[in-house]
Write a protein that binds this ligand. Sequence first.
Ligand code: AMP
Length: 547
Amino acid sequence: MQGLMMDMPLLISDLIRHADRHHGSAEIVSRTVEGGMHRYTYRQAHARARRLANALKRLGVAPPERVATLGWNGFRHFEIYYAVAGSGAVIHTINPRLFQEQIVYMANHAEDKAVFFDLTFAPLVEKIAPQLKSVRHFVAMTDRAHMPKERVPNLLCYEELLEAESDELDWPSFDERTAACLCYTSGTTGNPKGSLYSHRSTLLHAYGAALPDSFGLMARDVVLPVVPMFHVNAWGIPYSAALTGSKLVFPGPHLDGKSLYELFETEGVTMSAGVPTVWLGVLNYMRENKLRFSTLTRTLIGGSACPPAMIRTLQEDYGVEVRHGWGMTEMSPLGTVSRLKAKHKDLDKEAKYALQNKVGFPIFGVDTRIVNENGEELPRDGKAFGDLQVRGPWVIREYFKGEGGNPLKKDESGQGWFPTGDVVTIDPDGYVQITDRSKDVIKSGGEWISSIHLENIAIAHPGILEAAVIGVQHPKWDERPIVVAVKRPGHEVSKEELLKFYEGKIAKWWMPDDVVFVAELPHTATGKLSKLTLRQQLKDYRLKAER
Ligand code: AMP
């Protein structure tokens, strides 16, 4: 017997329709690429998204064709999110910080039919346009007065496209499993691979991400996603905010500490989200200028390990609750968020921090398990480390166009699990602790050393701004950890002092063998430490023992 409830597909267009009907006057504020601020409401955003959907039809973009964007977080990008997916086509957000060849590869692989770009990227588009085989239209996301000088073929003006259309449109209804968004993984080796989200997976993720133990979004929130809309849909915030009716604030291209801080204050931001590096910039600016937050209450930090020192500083010195989260492109991206449970109420401060430093327990919609190298499940005792596998309705089952074959691993009952490539422990309460990417794990004398753990200690030293720990060859132990660190401006710290700082905090055999100070550390296109590049940079480095 079937249930007797309405059978309505979960569609992305319903999010913006909902925000319009029930939160129509909630604002969307953007710092624009052209300069200045833009403000309007969900109601106006919805009307313009419908105009854009009509324009896409006129341009001949038909489902399931792909429409690419090279854009910052801003109102036009938001409209494209809804217009493209709402029409039944697929939005392909391209990370403009990737290498040119990778961008060309992805646009051709996705067979993008149109490319919408912010003015910042006009020089890039001019360069790559001749190589983009399938693209019929290039659209500059601006008005006539700001059209770029660069020579781009078949160039259209975004505002003119919208002006020519009416906002009369009924969003089409279709199977909720229809593809909606395509995001490629940055891929440190080989070509990038695409994760193709459906309307269903995107809506379920939007619900999950809005839950109290995730972003915890409410209609009275003002949300500023620092995480870019070109990186896993800004962790789904453009969808979750429409679902909850929260005011949205988009920072545009200005992601430095000063610009972000000013926006937090002038717009009354209550919730934000981004990778740890972004917060380094904000905190530095605030420290130098002796500033406080007046409205920000919480932030989700993830994408790479959030240093415990940063969690402490934000919470104790600035009154902002940190939610340490973990996820990946293949998971839409949210997997786990670190929040406390009722049973933790009376724990002392340090024990609470120990839990917060982990990446938390899974959101309903994601299941986790760890396995050893033979694929056997390991205990959830908080001690055994293994390869983390996940499953759930917003986890991929295969990459776009089947690249790389079937990625899933079967358990004894035949269920497929996605191997994340992260090495973790899971405790009996479900809290996941990431020790490493499997390829970053340091293996010394047959035992594993967690590079993240050692990095976190280095960053807790007041003289250290940023640190990476990598394994280097050792004649006896195979590999030994070394710290590569950037000093905080105006602070002096010696190698000996930093090594002394580790004493009593780790087992003796985890003690780094050396410290190398550098002016800066390499980052990937998504703002994470690039250990691959760092290892290349230090390829001639030899430990004393090796020398
Ligand atoms: P991406 O698909 O580019 O978002 O990268 C996903 C990967 O980032 C994960 O598999 C982890 O290795 C890493 N990552 C994400 N969040 C965290 C975190 N909070 N701590 C440590 N690593 C993280």
